[in-house]
Design a protein around this ligand. Structure first.
Ligand code: SF4
Length: 345
């Protein structure tokens, strides 16, 4: 099991991404709190820490956190917008302090789209400079892309463009945008319906799969990625019975996430993937369950693929027992669902 803890070092950021779900709150970590959080991950037996934000390179705690994680035997990754790492010396210092892997957020290979989304002129140019530095830093790098209206039709072009120019990129992650609260509520134009990204996401996955690369998608119901269901972040957690910890710098505070379930609709009641699928995020609120369609294929090959071996009978039994399980916090009521179905699809 590879459990990773997420630690928000700051909520400050140079960029102001239109869909940001973690904008500034004014809450900052102290150095002692940061150390305690990392110590706790070690006590939980976690393998590493993912420094995030906001933008972790904006925090004075970046270098102390990298050093402290290394002292505790945890490896450090960072989710970054790539702006400050475009400075070669800064990047080198972070690597020397213990940074071993970065997840770089790029939302389009089209400069004007990325800069529009991030509301930061020059963001794309800095980011491409950062990617060019990666090979000489001797660390690995993944790509994170938030799915939204402005890239929903060219997710596949983004991966082709990136892998052409930066062939060392081996892993891609898509997060369907979180439409609830924070900056996303000010920019509802960014929220793509699932059918808007279905084709492009399929093409992107197909391309990466054919080129021997790996990928994950979060907040995407399995019926929108059924051929690559094994790449769903939530399904992998369900199947591998993993957990994750996230330390937010807002009212959510510290969360130890043991369950990965969003909303389930009528289609899910008939779907064979129900036990391994997290369902639809923000169902009946932002997204519409009428977009879901049941899958009638056997989920066992997905389980095998995620585990990399034949599952033992007890695990299959535990997964099967999840059928019909609904989230206590995210499942909308029947009333909310009925109201949502009255909306124009
Ligand atoms: S359980 Fe629901 S959301 Fe998941 S694949 Fe089946 S129909 Fe789609």
């Amino acid at each position: 099991m590879a459990n990773l803890g997420y630690l928000q070092l700051t909520r400050g950021c140079l960029q102001a991404c239109r869909f940001c779900s973690n904008p500034p709150t004014g809450v900052e970590l102290t150095e002692d709190e940061m150390k305690r959080e990392i110590d706790q991950l070690q006590e939980f037996g976690y393998d590493g820490v993912i420094l995030t934000g906001g933008e972790p390179t904006s925090s004075p705690l970046l270098f102390p956190a990298l050093s402290h994680a290394r002292e505790r035997g945890l490896y450090s990754r960072m989710i970054t917008n790539g702006q400050r790492l475009s400075n070669h010396d800064f990047f080198r210092r972070a690597v020397d302090a213990g940074l071993s892997h970065i997840h770089v957020s790029i939302h389009s290979h089209r400069r004007e789209v990325h800069d529009f989304i991030t509301q930061y002129p020059g963001a794309w140019d800095h980011l491409v400079t950062t990617l060019a530095h990666v090979p000489e830093m001797g660390i690995t790098c993944d790509i994170n892309t938030v799915i939204n209206t402005y890239n929903a039709d060219h997710l596949h072009e983004v991966v082709i463009w990136l892998t052409d120019r930066f062939p060392f990129l081996r892993h891609f992650v898509w997060n369907n945008m979180d439409p609830d609260g924070n900056r996303a509520e000010e920019n509802p134009d960014c929220i793509a319906r699932h059918h808007e990204f279905l084709v492009s996401l399929e093409l992107a996955m197909e391309y990466l799969h054919a080129s021997g690369r790996t990928f994950r998608a979060e907040r995407v119901p399995l019926c929108f990625m059924r051929r690559f269901a094994w790449a769903s972040t939530e399904s992998r957690k369900i199947i591998k019975e993993e957990e994750r910890c996230i330390r937010f710098l807002d009212q959510k505070g510290f969360i130890r996430q043991l369950e990965f379930l969003h909303g389930k609709g009528s289609a899910c009641d008939f779907c064979r993937f129900d036990p391994i699928c997290a369902g639809m995020f923000s169902m009946a609120k932002t997204f519409d369950e009428r977009e879901l369609s049941p899958v009638f294929e056997d989920p066992l090959p997905v389980i095998r693929r995620v585990l990399g071996h034949e599952p033992d009978a007890a695990l299959v039994e535990r997964i099967r027992a999840r059928r019909g399980r609904r989230s206590g916090s995210e499942q909308p009521s029947d009333e909310q669902r009925a109201r949502a179905r009255l909306r124009v699809l």
